[in-house]
Design a protein around this ligand. Structure first.
Ligand code: SF4
Length: 78
């Protein structure tokens, strides 16, 4: 787990059950979101340590029309 100044770096998470597949998030932050062959996002699960990427990820979360994205410090459950 990656930590910065005593806290865990957040990760971008997608709830695919909410996503409409319009792909708006990939336009905002293509560094962390790519679209599959059907136009649905595939989110890079790594911790976001770059402040610029974190700002873009936060914007993508705030502008997702289906509230399908979140920033969380929790590692992915397997
Ligand atoms: S912006 Fe939200 S609803 Fe649109 S593709 Fe991205 S995650 Fe899905």
């Amino acid at each position: 787990m990656t930590e910065l100044a005593g806290r865990t770096a957040p990760r971008l998470r997608l709830d695919p059950t909410r996503c409409d597949g319009a792909g708006y998030c990939a336009e905002i932050i293509p560094e962390l979101v790519r679209l599959d062959d059907w136009g649905y996002p595939m989110v890079e699960p790594r911790p976001i340590e770059d402040p610029r990427l974190l700002r873009l990820a936060s914007r993508a979360v705030g502008q997702c029309p289906r509230v399908a994205l979140a920033l969380t410090a929790q590692p992915e459950r397997r």
